[in-house]
Design a protein around this ligand. Structure first.
Ligand code: IPE
Ligand code: IPE
Ligand code: MG
Length: 243
């Protein structure tokens, strides 16, 4: 689709959901669903960035996902370590800067090292920012930011009276602009603890498609829907007829 006349969102966030159901309905294992989701994510990312979207956040593993079976958790962890070379190759090819959001504490050394390698190797790119939410929770992020703020206030590095939204944003895992469009695939209509701070004024879009089938055409539909939304941010456009 031609995007040149459209007002594209600056920051798109996506909850990659439905991999398991996609696989189960096809008689495959849940892991195969995650594998297919991973392949689809690469294709979709290249497409979205090619349409001048500067920031893309993807929810790939939540703090709550540790409740799943050992086999499934291990498979998801191994996607990062096992596909490290491919991920790096992809980022270099597309000139993507990849950053991570989430708690490092419960992750294995191997996974943390893979994350650090991806961040370091791609830090030179500036145009396309890919924020990977891994072992991420919106509550955890706000709590972790608050702890850092308290520390800085106690150390005399931050004046509490100067704490505003912009300053708070600096203390989050990544200092990103607000989300404009939040997509959750698979028909579920909830945030599941995803970017609570950044999604405060996002437009939400909930396609029924499972993530492995969420292709370029599906993304075009999301953008078309987004362009129809009237983003008022609490204000009123008095020049408009219906006011
Ligand atoms: C999303 O797919 C990927 C992760 C949560 C890691 P799911 O695994 O949640 O798939 P469903 O929701 O069970 O179909
Ligand atoms: C949210 O999906 C987390 C990710 C996509 C990484 P879940 O499938 O884990 O969320 P619930 O359990 O349906 O809320
Ligand atoms: Mg799910």
């Amino acid at each position: 689709m031609d995007y040149s006349k459209l007002k594209v969102p600056n920051h798109v966030a996506i909850i990659v959901d439905g991999n398991g159901r996609w696989a189960t309905e096809k008689g495959m294992s849940r892991s195969e669903g995650h594998q297919q989701g991973f392949l689809n994510l690469k294709k979709l990312l290249a497409y979205m960035f090619s349409k001048n979207i500067k920031y893309i956040s993807a929810y790939l593993f939540s703090t709550e996902n540790f409740k799943r079976s050992k086999v499934e958790v291990n498979f998801l962890m191994n996607l990062l370590t096992g596909q490290l070379t491919e991920i790096l190759e992809f980022c270099h090819q597309e000139k993507i800067k990849a950053v991570f959001s989430g708690r490092k504490e419960n992750l294995s050394k191997k996974v943390v090292e893979a994350m650090e390698k991806i961040e370091q190797d791609t830090s030179k790119y500036q145009e396309k920012i890919f924020n990977i939410c891994f072992n991420y929770g919106g509550h955890a992020e706000i709590i972790d930011a608050t702890k850092k703020i308290v520390k800085d206030v106690q150390a005399g590095k931050l004046d509490m009276n100067k704490l505003d939204e912009e300053t708070f944003n600096h203390y989050l895992y990544q200092d990103l602009p607000p989300v404009d469009l939040m997509i959750r695939t698979s028909g579920e209509q909830r945030l599941s603890n995803f970017m609570l701070w950044q999604n405060s004024y996002a437009e939400f879009y909930f396609p029924k498609t499972y993530f492995p089938d969420f292709d370029e055409n599906e993304f075009d539909q999301a953008i078309l829907e987004y362009t129809k939304r009237d983003r008022r941010f609490g204000g009123i456009d008095y020049a408009k007829k219906n006011h």
